[in-house]
Design a protein around this ligand. Structure first.
Ligand SMILES: [Zn+2]
Length: 97
């Protein structure tokens, strides 16, 4: 088990995003990503912060805690499933690989 050495970039893939979001938010997040609304402000192995523009700007943070990827977004807190902004940031991370 060398799992605790993974970075957010290594963990993030489209399968994870699809599993972690409802279909409509995946689609909306993809639209936000494709229209270049994601601005990454911090990018490390254990933390990614981003602003998602388009309508009201939202701040998204992804923080790696051991193998679990915590996320928060200023649109809605404490949701189980990724919001569209988090999906958009996830797609940006995948594309940075
Ligand atoms: Zn959001």
């Amino acid at each position: 088990m060398k799992s605790n050495s993974k970075t957010i970039s290594e963990l993030m893939d489209e399968e994870l995003l699809r599993e972690s979001s409802i279909t409509s938010n995946f689609r909306l997040g993809k639209e936000l990503y494709e229209s270049k609304n994601v601005e990454i402000t911090e990018f490390t192995g254990a933390k990614v912060s981003a602003i998602v523009h388009g309508g009201t700007s939202r701040k998204v943070e992804l923080i790696l805690n051991k193998d679990f990827l915590n996320w928060k977004c200023t649109c809605r807190l404490n949701q189980d499933k990724y919001c569209k902004h988090t999906v958009a940031v996830g797609l940006e991370i995948i594309n940075k690989k």
